[in-house]
Write a protein that binds this ligand. Sequence first.
Ligand SMILES: [Fe+2]
Length: 134
Amino acid sequence: MPRTDIEWTDEFLIGIPELDHEHRALVRDINRLHRALGAHPDRTRIADTLGEILARMQAHFALEESVMKEHAYPHYGPHKAEHEVLLDTVTGYIVRFNQEPGTDVVAGLGAKLGEWIVHHILTSDKKMSLMMKG
Ligand SMILES: [Fe+2]
């Protein structure tokens, strides 16, 4: 499996401290998933990490959505839709992981999740913070 750890850089900061803090925690959790999927994948550890990632994403997106609402952010709808796609994707993987004995099913998620989150932070979240602060 390719090494897919995400190295945190200040480029990911969007300038809203409580959201930046959570983005950093989310990146840390995703890196933990990469490690759990490593050389000797452990189903329990993978399942626990996936559960933590989903819970963190749900709580984080809810906070981000409430911040957007507070500021009457005009792109709230599409941004929330992006969150929902991410949550649905992770949930889908968890369901399949629970149904299938192998860990291959989540290996694909491990590789892609970090990319998706980083892309979302660098595009949608940055756009949001720029407009809300502007
Ligand atoms: Fe977002």
